[in-house]
Design a protein around this ligand. Structure first.
Ligand code: NAD
Length: 485
């Protein structure tokens, strides 16, 4: 990789609105700056769609839906597989945008492109399997059928921490199910979503089946959800905004698909290989600078191995090379924004004021951009903000426990229920924990939470319905009972 940040920044694209298959650049829109988290400087300008743009996208989605739903599942699949291929062919160009907009290291960015392409491939295949069934009838001449149909035009809202995977999840799920989709891209990382939308159209999507817009979130959510054209809403973001959007969706009887916040517990029992655990735990914790909804955040460690785990994780965290994502040595980039940097500083200040042990890190870096050191905080009780608020940043909180019951109670004490991790050698402990932990994903002796083919969704206040896997397409489908007699 020989791309420099400066060269990449010069190439940052002009942004507009992608409506009904056409990239529009001259809408006379107001704009806001897109900020490069590595330097704090302005990368480009994102335009704010008007109500008329949203109406145009909705009308296009209605027409696009008619065409797309009547395109055979095999044709749809062919086109979507082509999208995956094109994404792989354009991997370097897409990774460049990811590093610029989010600051993540180059290899992580290439990894995100591959994961996102895999989502298109999975949905392309699964879309062919919208199987219904025949129910034996009480009448001799009747054929009773259950049909599976696309729900209709979908409104989608995404946050910034997965600039390519999150739009890919929404677009591939909805299009794979036969729906059309209007996606509001994140104003903080817009170029990735537009680049993806353009790839989808280059692969031959009928005009209108997809629009990508940026604009005021309140206006756009109101207009998209109040419209009779929209049939479902999918949102990835915080629990607070998810609750507001769900209320709006339900009041207009649109299906809410909600992928919300988390604060993932990690239960660590004795008998594990401490060095190996620490190495992998730290890699999982600090990936994407900790800005991952399913990132491990609350480490509950059996007391007999607690001091060794604190030491080993501290040593591993100290070794992480922080820097610009275009530098091949970099293992962790900056936080996305000043707002996120301040949120992390607040959590660490609160921990310090309460006398908790910050065993490594704990400070922002004295350089431009939004860099914060990989941080380990030990002996964390239940009171600090860090134990209760989703950190969404490079902080690991460690706490000792004595009994299995205490560990489970700690894991389940928050309203979140997105992901959880259990590390133990004893099969019975693992087996019980998969039952007892309240989370949509329980990962035992591993760290990879999601693949395109596995369902991903939160329990409790972490969400409603799933993305990915068979369930990810089902969320965008309706069941219809039809009888022939
Ligand atoms: P946020 O909810 O504040 O913002 C998310 C997006 O929603 C932003 O683009 C914002 O402009 C937009 N938004 C704000 N108000 C809106 C409204 N009324 N209608 C429509 N859109 C609105 O979240 P954030 O802090 O930017 O993102 C981080 C959060 O996202 C974390 O809580 C994280 O766990 C969560 N997340 C969840 C998943 C998942 O799959 N469960 C994945 C990634 C991130």
């Amino acid at each position: 990789m020989s791309i420099t940040r400066e060269k990449a920044a010069e190439r940052y694209p002009r942004l507009g609105q992608l409506i009904a298959g056409e990239m529009k650049y001259d809408g006379g829109w107001s704009t806001i700056d897109v900020i490069d988290p590595t330097t704090g400087s302005v990368l480009g300008a994102v335009s704010m769609a008007t109500e008329a743009d949203v109406d145009e996208a909705l009308a296009a989605a209605s027409k696009g839906f008619d065409i797309w739903r009547n395109t055979s599942a095999f044709e749809r699949s062919k086109l979507m597989r082509k999208v995956a291929e094109r994404m792989r062919e354009s991997a370097e160009a897409l990774a460049e945008l990811l590093v610029l907009e989010l600051g993540k290291p180059w290899n992580e960015a290439l990894g995100e492109v591959e994961v996102a392409a895999g989502m298109w491939e999975w949905a392309a295949e699964e879309g062919k399997r919208a199987y219904g069934r025949v129910i034996p009838s009480r009448e001799s001449n009747a054929r009773q059928m259950v049909l599976v149909e696309p729900v209709g035009p979908v409104a989608a809202f995404v946050t910034w921490n997965g600039p390519l995977v999150t739009p890919s999840r929404k677009m591939s799920g909805a299009l794979g199910a036969g729906c059309s989709i209007v996606l509001r891209a994140s104003e903080e990382v817009p170029a990735c979503a537009f680049a993806l939308g353009q790839i989808v159209y280059e692969c031959g999507l009928p005009a209108g089946a997809l629009s990508v817009l940026t604009g005021d979130p309140v206006m756009m959510s109101r207009n998209l959800l109040e419209s009779p054209i929209t049939r479902a809403v999918t949102f990835t973001g915080s629990t607070n905004v998810g609750k507001q959007l769900s209320q709006l969706a339900v009041s207009h009887m649109k299906r809410p698909i909600m992928e919300l916040g988390g604060h993932a517990p990690v239960l660590v029992f004795d008998g594990i290989n401490i060095q190996d655990f620490a190495k992998r735990a730290v890699a999982a914790k600090f990936a994407n600078c900790g800005q991952v909804c399913f990132a491990p955040t609350r480490f509950y460690v059996q007391r007999s191995i607690y001091p060794d785990i604190v030491d080993a994780m501290t040593e591993e965290a100290k070794r992480i090379v922080v820097g610009c994502g275009f530098d091949p040595k970099t293992q962790m980039g900056p936080l996305k924004s000043e707002r996120r940097l301040q949120a992390i500083e607040r959590l660490v200040d609160d921990a310090r004021q309460r006398g908790l042990r910050v065993t490594t890190g704990g400070r922002s870096l004295d350089r431009p951009g939004f860099f914060f050191e990989p941080t380990v905080v030990a002996d964390v009780t239940t009171e600090p903000k860090l134990s209760n608020e989703e950190p969404f940043g490079p902080i690991a909180a460690l706490t000792p426990f004595d009994t299995y019951e205490e560990a489970i109670a700690l894991a389940n004490r928050l309203p979140y229920g997105l992901s959880a991790f259990v590390h133990a050698r004893d099969f019975e402990t693992l087996h019980r924990a998969t039952n007892d932990v309240e989370a949509g994903n329980v990962i035992c002796n591993g760290w990879r939470v999601t693949y395109p083919e596995t369902p991903f969704g939160g329990h409790k206040e972490s969400g409603m319905l799933s993305e990915g896997g068979i369930e990810g397409l089902r969320a965008f489908q309706n069941v219809k009972y039809a009888v022939l007699s």
